[in-house]
Design a protein around this ligand. Sequence first.
Ligand SMILES: N[C@@H](CCC(=O)N[C@@H](CS)C(=O)NCC(=O)O)C(=O)O
Length: 221
Amino acid sequence: MVLQLYLDWLSEPCRAVAILLLENNIEHQVHELSVIKGETHSDAYKQINPVGKVPALVDDGFNLSESHTIMRYLCVSRNFPDHYYPNDIKQRARVDSWLDWHHTNLRQGAIRLIKANIYGPIKNLSQVTIDESRKEGDNILKSSLSFMEETLSKNNYIAGGDQFSIADIALACEVAMLPVFGGSSEGYPNVQAWLKRLSTEIKTWDQANAKLNQYLASKKK
Ligand SMILES: N[C@@H](CCC(=O)N[C@@H](CS)C(=O)NCC(=O)O)C(=O)O
């Protein structure tokens, strides 16, 4: 059976996994769910991923969640070109380090802005909660983007090397998503140049980001 991928195209970790599959021409079947409509919490989906989040991958009866783990699993099990997840133990550790950093830094800032600006109004959160969340999110994003900016002033790719890795894919998907919930990479020229470079080097970037771009365009109207 071909790989089964459960995703919402508006979700950063989902697009990162999808890009990896698309770039490597790996046959897979997509099952679309809407996070905002709560579709990841249905009993049926919880059979796939009990945590109730996307993405999830099913490989011949083997269910896997967590985007970074899925990406590492795909790189190793499908023997993707070395630059995605290098075999050299130190280069690989550098990629892992940025993936871990992503979920404890940049993503934490994004999560707080999502809470303030997207879920705040939908879930009727108090103004105090919204303001606190927005302030925390802005502060975390500022320190995260500054750290990326400094790194990218020395390297073309976040974990070094001369080609992008899965750490670039994960982080680029997050940075590209920031405007959806009121964040921005403005004022970080090296981050913006890196994102632009990746959006051309990743051949399927536009395909994977089509729904996000549609959503952003509809918000501008
Ligand atoms: N650490 C997880 C995060 C997954 C995640 O937060 N997914 C969100 C969409 S971006 C989700 O499914 N949320 C559904 C919910 O929390 O109700 C990963 O990298 O896969």
